[in-house]
Design a protein around this ligand. Structure first.
Ligand SMILES: Nc1nc2c(ncn2[C@@H]2O[C@H](COP(=O)(O)OP(=O)(O)O)[C@@H](O)[C@H]2O)c(=O)[nH]1
Ligand SMILES: [Mg+2]
Length: 477
C-alpha cells in the first residue's frame, strides 16, 4: 500500500483529496494573482467616488483600521499597498479626486469625461495555511477602470443591427415622457422620405435635434437613463466627428428595396461604423476580460424622480448587463475570456437614508435588477445586493415628533452648503403604487461630502465598503 493510500485510510479520502487539490492549485496558479474588477453603473451612480474611496482606504489598509470586515485587513495580513496606476496608459486621477474630497470645504470630484485606470499591488500574508508553507507573502494585482457611464449604454448596441435598434427606439418613443417631449422631432421624421436620396443638411438638422432631446431626457425632472448612442451625449475625443450625426429612424420603413444613396442607407452605414469602430473597440479593450463586477445603482434617484425614471433605469441596466460575459453560455467566449464569476449589486449613497433603512435599500435594489439577477443566477453566478456609501456624508441624529423618538440625518446640503437635519423617510420594499409615485413621497436630498482624511481613516468614513471588498476579493487573499 502506497503512502498516499495509507494517509487516506488514516484521515479520510475526502480530506486528502481536498489537500491534494489545494496544493495543486497553489502550484498551478502561483501565489501572485491578477484580478480585474469592472465597476459598472449609469452616469452619476457613484462610480468615480466609489473607486476613489475604495483605493484610498486600500492604500491605508496596512493600518488595519477602516476596513474591519475586509478580512485580510481585519486580520492584519496586509503588508503594504502600492499605487502602480502610472504603469497604465491612462492613470486614474486619484490625487485630484482625493484632494477635492479633502479640501475645505470638501467637494465631490468632477464628472468623468474620459477613460482612466487604477492599478494596485497589494502585498499580503496568505491566510491559507498551505500557501503560508510556500511563502510568507504574496501580491494581488488589482485593476479597476473608470469611464463615463454614458458610454456604457453603447454596449447593448453590439447585440443589435440598425433595424433592431430602430425597433427598440420606436417602443421607447411611444412612452412618456419621450413621446410628448419629442413630438416635433417625431413629426419631422414622419414627413421625411427615408428612401429618397439623402439630403445631408436635413439629416444633420434632425441629428442635432436628437442630441438636444437626449440632453433634455437626461435632465431633471425626467432623469432618464436609456440614452443612446452614448457619444452623442458625451463625445470625448470624438467631438465633431461625422459618425455622431446619428439617430434612430422611428417610422416604419419598407426595407425590401433600400437604395444605396438613400437617407435610410446613410444612417444605417453610420450606425454600423459607430458600432464597429467605437463600441466594439471600447468593449474589446476594456470590458471583454473581467473577473468580477460591481454594479452601482442609485436607487434613491429612481425614487425621487418617479415611475418613468424607475422603469427606464431598470430597462437600461437589464440591457447593459446582457452585454457581459457571464457563466457558461458560448463555448468560444469561454475559451477566449475568463467568465465573470461574482457580481455585487451595490445601492450607492446609502448615507442618504438612516441605518435602519439599509436593509430596505437592499430589497429595493433587488426590484430594479431582478431580471438581470435572475439570468445570472441561472448561469450559477454568485450575486449579492449591498447598500454602500463610498463617502459617508451624514450623521445620524435623534428628534422628537409628536412625542415619538425618530431617527434623522444631519449633513450639509450639496447646493447651499447649509447644515440640514431631516427625516429622510422610508425606502419601500415593494414597487411603489401609482399613488406613492404621484404623492412626492420620496424626496432624498443630495449632500455635500464629508471630508476624506488622509490619515486616521475609520470605519465611519464609509458604509460597508469593507463588506463590498470582502465579497469581491476576500477569497483571493
Ligand atoms: N452622499 C453621497 N453622495 C455620493 C456618494 N457617492 C457619490 N455621490 C454623489 O453622486 C455624484 C456622482 O458621483 P460620481 O462618482 O461622480 O458618479 P459617476 O458618474 O458614476 O462616476 C457625486 O457628485 C455625489 O453628489 C456617497 O457615497 N455619498
Ligand atoms: Mg465618473
Amino acid at each position: 500500500m502506497g503512502l498516499g493510500s495509507k494517509i487516506k485510510r488514516l484521515v479520510g479520502t475526502d480530506f486528502v483529496d481536498d489537500v491534494q487539490q489545494q496544493i495543486k492549485d497553489v502550484m498551478d496558479q502561483g501565489l501572485d494573482k491578477h484580478i480585474k474588477i469592472a465597476v459598472t453603473g449609469l452616469s452619476r451612480s457613484g462610480k468615480t467616488v466609489f473607486i476613489t474611496s475604495l483605493t484610498h482606504h486600500l492604500l491605508h489598509a496596512h493600518q488595519n483600521k477602516s476596513l474591519p470586515f475586509f478580512s485580510a485587513a481585519g486580520d492584519h495580513r496586509i503588508i503594504s499597498v502600492k499605487n502602480i496606476s502610472d504603469q497604465s496608459p491612462h492613470p486614474f486621477p486619484l490625487k485630484d479626486a482625493v484632494s477635492a474630497l479633502s479640501q475645505e470645504p470638501p467637494q465631490w470630484p468632477p464628472s468623468t469625461t474620459g477613460l482612466s485606470e487604477v492599478r494596485l499591488a497589494i502585498k499580503y500574508k496568505p491566510g491559507n495555511r498551505l500557501k503560508r508553507l510556500v511563502t510568507d507573502s504574496a501580491t494581488l494585482y488589482l485593476d479597476i477602470i473608470d469611464y463615463p457611464g454614458e458610454w456604457l449604454l453603447d454596449l447593448p448596441l453590439l447585440n443589435h443591427n440598425f433595424e433592431q435598434w430602430c425597433d427598440k427606439q420606436r417602443e421607447l418613443f411611444a412612452l412618456e415622457p419621450r413621446a410628448s417631449l419629442a413630438q416635433s422631432w417625431l413629426k419631422a421624421q414622419e414627413s421625411f422620405d427615408w428612401l429618397a436620396p439623402a439630403d445631408t443638411s436635413r439629416i444633420d438638422e434632425l441629428s442635432r435635434e436628437y442630441t438636444a432631446l437626449l440632453h433634455l431626457f437626461r435632465q431633471q425632472p425626467y432623469a432618464l437613463s436609456l440614452l443612446q448612442p452614448g457619444r452623442c451625449i458625451l463625445p470625448g475625443d470624438m467631438a465633431g466627428d461625422p459618425l455622431l450625426t446619428l439617430f434612430p429612424i422611428i417610422p416604419a420603413v419598407d426595407k425590401s428595396d433600400v437604395p444605396p444613396d438613400s437617407a435610410y442607407a446613410l444612417l444605417q452605414q453610420r450606425y454600423t461604423l459607430y458600432r464597429e469602430q467605437v463600441v466594439k473597440r471600447f468593449y474589446r479593450e476594456h470590458f471583454s476580460r473581467f473577473d468580477r463586477q460591481v454594479v452601482l445603482v442609485d436607487c434613491l434617484k429612481a425614487l425621487n424622480n418617479g415611475k418613468p425614471c424607475f422603469d427606464d433605469m431598470k430597462l437600461a441596466l437589464t440591457d447593459i448587463l446582457q452585454s457581459f460575459n457571464y457563466g457558461s453560455s458560448g463555448f468560444l467566449r469561454r475559451l477566449f475570456s475568463p467568465r465573470i464569476d461574482k457580481v455585487l449589486f451595490a445601492s450607492s449613497k446609502a448615507d442618504h437614508v438612516t441605518a435602519n433603512q439599509h436593509h430596505n435599500l437592499d430589497k429595493f435594489l433587488e426590484l430594479i435588477i431582478q431580471d438581470a439577477q435572475r439570468d445570472m443566477r441561472f448561469e450559477e453566478i454568485d450575486t449579492a445586493c449591498l447598500a454602500v456609501a463610498s463617502i459617508r456624508s451624514t450623521e445620524s441624529a435623534q428628534a422628537k415628533l409628536d412625542g415619538q423618538q425618530i431617527s434623522c440625518l444631519r449633513g450639509y446640503d450639496k447646493s447651499t452648503g447649509e447644515v440640514v437635519a431631516l427625516f429622510p423617510g422610508e425606502v419601500p420594499v415593494e414597487l411603489p403604487t401609482d399613488n406613492d409615485w404621484n404623492s412626492s413621497r420620496f424626496q432624498f436630498v443630495d449632500f455635500a461630502p464629508k471630508k476624506l482624511p488622509s490619515s486616521d481613516l475609520r470605519p465611519e468614513h464609509h458604509i460597508r465598503l469593507d463588506q463590498a471588498l470582502e465579497y469581491l476579493t476576500g477569497d483571493l487573499f
